[in-house]
Design a protein around this ligand. Sequence first.
Ligand SMILES: *Cc1c(COP(=O)(O)O)cnc(C)c1O
Length: 399
Amino acid sequence: MTNQEHVELGRQYVMNTYGRLPIAFVRGQGARLWDSDGKEYLDFLSGLAVNSLGHCHPKVVQAIQKQAEELLHVSNLYWIEGQNKLAQAIVNNSFADKVFFCNSGAEANEGAIKLARKYAKKTWGEEKYEIITMEHSFHGRTLAALTATGQRKYQEGFAPLPTGFRYVPFGDLKALAEAINSHTCAIMIEPIQGEGGVNIADKTYWEGLAQIVAEHNLLLIVDEVQSGMGRTGKLFAYDHYGLQPNIMTLAKALGGGVPIGAMAATDEVASAFSPGDHASTFGGNPLVTSAGLAVMEVMLEEGFLSRVQEMGSYLQEQLNKMAQKHSSIVEVRGLGLMVACQLDREGTAIVSSCLEKGLIINCTAGKVLRFLPPLTINRHDIDQAITILDTAFMAQGNG
Ligand SMILES: *Cc1c(COP(=O)(O)O)cnc(C)c1O
């Protein structure tokens, strides 16, 4: 089938919830993808920060193949070897003591909201339930996660929304302090805002936030769905800022391409859940946790994360050089391989132009070009992406 045939079939039968580009990919290898017409692309989006080891990483493929032949699924009425081991790997490499598995980022955040409320009510009283989240945040599309998401455009048309959320600007300590009231139980925040435009707050902000959390005895929930799993050059981005979260959510890159989410917490907080309080049929099943374990093993190999930092710096350097030639680029920012170019105009034309030239990137928050290449990317591929991007900017006549 051709791209066009896939587009026509999809338009007829698939619900119209995405603004899709007219391409259907059929094969991937490392940082490369091929579409139905046989055209090759360099992938600087990684399925939205999912394929962080590149496409079809041999260790992930092997783990999935082996597991598929042994056992795909059993219910959480029994213990699951891969789930236990993946939980152990997350615990051994983070602040957390216990992990709950689910199937997506939104679902992980739903779990975090439920756990925070349950813990707060049990520990501090029934009136403690309000969660402060950030403007321009993104926490997912289920009703509570959507309400936690501090972006009106995603909420329009879906009222009534659950109550118990309050929003403050990201990076604004004064607004955060002022928003705290007798109902506040938690702050839920992305260490780096992803969908909101790769927004980064400075160290002073995080120090002040930690102080506010301690002073008011609040829970700190970090949403690492996009920034976690090595993306920023540390396994989890909260580690850059010396934060001590109580709850963390993961998904996207955790399974290297299979759908898996996780919600991790300290023993103290996790103990608020008892059997029956929360569940997921597929959560942490043998297939997805075997993939997650393979991903973890690769990311924890000596030198993997330092290489992410090195390639991230190289990508930002090259983008900065290019930015000097094109006045429509206002700023280059990022951490590790979570990188963005702030433009002075809408970014969709550049995204289309790159796609036509064989480079996959994304535009978020209107004027932000976002780069999320596989963490296994090399200098040669970064150079190729920069060349294509440079040509796209020139073709636009942006000076
Ligand atoms: C993508 C994302 C989510 C939602 O994840 P889904 O798997 O799409 O539900 C939540 N939080 C952050 C920070 C994300 O980037």
